[in-house]
Design a protein. Structure first.
Length: 231
C-alpha cells in the first residue's frame, strides 16, 4: 500500500516526487485492487506455467554451464533492494565481464538465451516476485542499483509503486538492446539517451494511473511480443 508522505524515505520526500504521490494518494482503492489482482493472477499463473518453465530450465542447463536463474539485485518500492528471478540468458559470469544492460549483439548471450529474449520468456519467473510483493504485473521495470543511484530527483517517483514485469516504456523500448548496439559506451548511452526516454513513459503512467490503463498495457504487451510495433 502507498505510504503516508511523512513515512516515505527521506530521499523521496522532495518537491519533484510530491505531485506523483498526491495523484496516487487519491487512488488508494485502485492500488489495493491492483495488489489483489497481482496475488490472484500470479498464483494461478505459477500453477499454469510450471510445466513450460521446467522445460525451459532443462534447455538452459543443456545449453551452457551455470544456474537456471539469474538473480541480479534490483530496486523496487521505496528504494528497497531485492534479487529478481529471471531465466539466465547469458553466460554465468556475465556481470563480471560486461555492463548491467545488454546490447542486441552482446556476445554474452547464449543460444537458448537469445530465443528466450525474443519472446520475453526469460521473464516468466518474475511471477514469483509478483506474488512476494517485490514486483507487480505492470510498473516501471526494476533497474540495477548502480543506475538508480544516478537517478534525477523526479525519477524517484517511480519508486512509489512496485517495479513491474511490463510497462508502456518497455513496450516502446522493446528493441532497447538494438538501440545500444552501436554505442561505444553502453552504460553512458543508456543513462543519457535511453533511460530519460523510458522515464517519460514511466512518469506519465503514474500521472494517469488506473486499473483500465494497466489492463490496456497488458494487452499491448502481448501484441508487442507477437510483433506489433508501438513506436
Amino acid at each position: 500500500m502507498l505510504r503516508k508522505w511523512e513515512d516515505l524515505p527521506e530521499f523521496m520526500r522532495t518537491p519533484e516526487v510530491r505531485p506523483y504521490w498526491e495523484i496516487l494518494d487519491k487512488k488508494r482503492g485502485q492500488l489495493a485492487a491492483k495488489r489483489a489482482f497481482d496475488v490472484t493472477a500470479g498464483t494461478m499463473l505459477v500453477a499454469l506455467l510450471c510445466p513450460p518453465m521446467a522445460v525451459i530450465a532443462v534447455m538452459i542447463k543443456k545449453d551452457s554451464e551455470g544456474p537456471v536463474f539469474y538473480r541480479q539485485e534490483r530496486v523496487t518500492t521505496y528504494g528497497r533492494h531485492f534479487r529478481i528471478h529471471k531465466f539466465r540468458t547469458m553466460v554465468s559470469n556475465a556481470d563480471r565481464i560486461g555492463t548491467a544492460v545488454t546490447a542486441g549483439n552482446d556476445s554474452r548471450i547464449t543460444k537458448v538465451g537469445a530465443k528466450l529474449r525474443d519472446y520475453r520468456l526469460d521473464e516468466l519467473p518474475q511471477v514469483i516476485d509478483v506474488i512476494k510483493g517485490d514486483m507487480s504485473f505492470v510498473g516501471t521495470r526494476p533497474e540495477a542499483v548502480r543506475y538508480v543511484e544516478q537517478y534525477e530527483p523526479e525519477y524517484y517517483a517511480t519508486l512509489l509503486m512496485p517495479a513491474g514485469i511490463t510497462s508502456e516504456a518497455s513496450i516502446r523500448y522493446k528493441d532497447e538492446a538494438k538501440l545500444l548496439d552501436a554505442a561505444e559506451d553502453v552504460d553512458r548511452t543508456y543513462m543519457e539517451k535511453v533511460l530519460p526516454g523510458k522515464m517519460k513513459w514511466n512518469l506519465d503512467s503514474i500521472k494517469n494511473f488506473s486499473l483500465s490503463a494497466e489492463a490496456k498495457t497488458l494487452v499491448r504487451t502481448v501484441l508487442a511480443v507477437l510483433g506489433r510495433d508501438y513506436q
